[in-house]
Write a protein that binds this ligand. Structure first.
Ligand code: DAH
Length: 367
């Protein structure tokens, strides 16, 4: 037997005979109105359904209550049923009205919200960064050396005097130490320092592996220089080392010339100028004809026609002694170049500090 809804039965049928019984019946019905029916985002047609459910003329809840409760009510209850019914009606109407206003307001807001996103506008462009000129220059140097069989190793920026000096054949009171004003790290046991060049990785690499060795070592180095247009307390170097059983001075010169032509162009000529480094013998400065005037003489090369590129030489046999390499049967060459210096020279930059100021007006010129 399907149970009849209370609003389809008379009060007498439900056994309700007191005003209190009537009141609680209405409370029960009213509690179904809000928030259940009118909660959330109704659209207009859902709102109409709710309205008809409550106020529909023939079968709306209120009509049925009027028909089934009010009309047949006993004279004692009629008054309270009428009052409760009116209360319920205005409660329903208020809820419906409020819900209608919310729906209208949302409809008004909607086009506004749509307007805020103008799909025809171009997107917000994010500036894409560039690789820093030093990185670009390093990558070019690296490409050249990788193409002739070198590989890249990196090492610590904090070094011991042993690797930075002694094992590179620079003993304690050697004047070469004076040329490299060194930052020592206070309180470090064994006297650590900031490496003044990338050469210590020659030693660390040969300690670690047997020959042959063909490495380049990029990295930051530190010196207590007074900053000016070509000096700072930090700069970048690439160290190079090749050691094998049959490396000659010709290999050294050929490698250097190949490198210079790759880096500065095929028209550039190279010369080796005698020099001194404690860890190479013989040592040389590698010069190239000025890439601006092609050797005729100009302001860039200070009217000499030549530009000094980097230091190099054949590895001094004394160095092999520190790493237990067999100096009798091994030979090799080494070089050390300043990446920043090469970048400045190649791209015509006269101020070193501009490389580290990260001014986008400068950086953007090297996309
Ligand atoms: N270490 C030297 C410097 O910083 C540069 C250098 C010169 C490195 C000659 C070498 C070399 O390997 O053979 O001034």
């Amino acid at each position: 037997m399907s149970q009849k809804s209370p609003i389809d039965q008379t009060l007498a049928e439900q056994g309700v005979s007191t005003p209190a019984g009537v009141t609680s019946l209405f409370t029960e019905i009213g509690s179904r109105l809000a928030p259940h029916d009118l909660q959330g985002d109704l659209d207009r047609s859902q709102w109409r359904e709710v309205r008809d459910h409550w106020l529909g003329r023939k079968s709306g809840v209120l009509s049925r209550i009027a028909d089934n409760w009010l009309k047949p009510a006993s004279p004692e209850l009629k008054r309270v049923v009428g009052q409760e019914l009116n209360k319920l009606k205005s409660q329903v109407e208020r809820a419906l009205e409020q819900s209608r206003r919310e729906i209208e307001a949302a409809a008004e807001r909607a086009p506004e919200a749509r307007d805020q996103i103008d799909l025809s506008l171009p997107g917000r462009e994010r500036a894409i960064g560039t690789r820093h000129l030093i990185r670009q220059t390093y990558e070019e140097l690296q490409r050249i050396f990788l193409s002739i069989g070198f590989s890249v190793v990196e090492g610590p920026e904090i070094e011991t005097p042993y690797y930075n000096f002694e094992a590179l054949n620079i003993p304690e009171h050697h004047p070469a130490r004076d040329n490299m004003d060194t930052f020592y790290i206070e309180g470090a046991s064994g006297g650590h320092l900031l490496r003044t060049h990338t050469s210590p990785m020659q030693i660390r690499t040969m300690e670690r592996q047997p020959p042959p060795v063909r490495i380049i070592v990029p990295g930051k180095v530190y010196r207590r220089d007074n900053p000016d247009s070509t000096h700072g307390y930090m700069f970048h170097q690439i160290e190079g080392l090749a050691v094998d059983t049959d490396i000659t001075f010709c290999d050294f010169k050929g490698t250097v010339e190949y490198f210079v032509r790759e880096f500065l162009g095929p028209r550039v000529k190279t010369r080796l100028r005698a020099s001194y480094f404690p860890f190479t013998e013989p040592s040389a400065e590698v010069d190239a004809t000025c890439h601006v005037c092609e050797g005729k003489g100009c302001r860039v090369c200070k009217f000499s026609g030549w530009i000094e590129l980097f230091g190099a030489g054949m590895v001094d046999p004394a160095v092999y002694g520190f790493v237990r390499y067999d100096a009798e049967h091994l030979s090799g060459f080494a070089f050390g170049m300043g990446i920043d210096r090469l970048a400045m020279m190649k791209y015509g930059i006269s101020e070193l500090p501009i490389l580290f100021q990260n001014d986008v007006r400068f950086l953007g010129q090297f996309p």
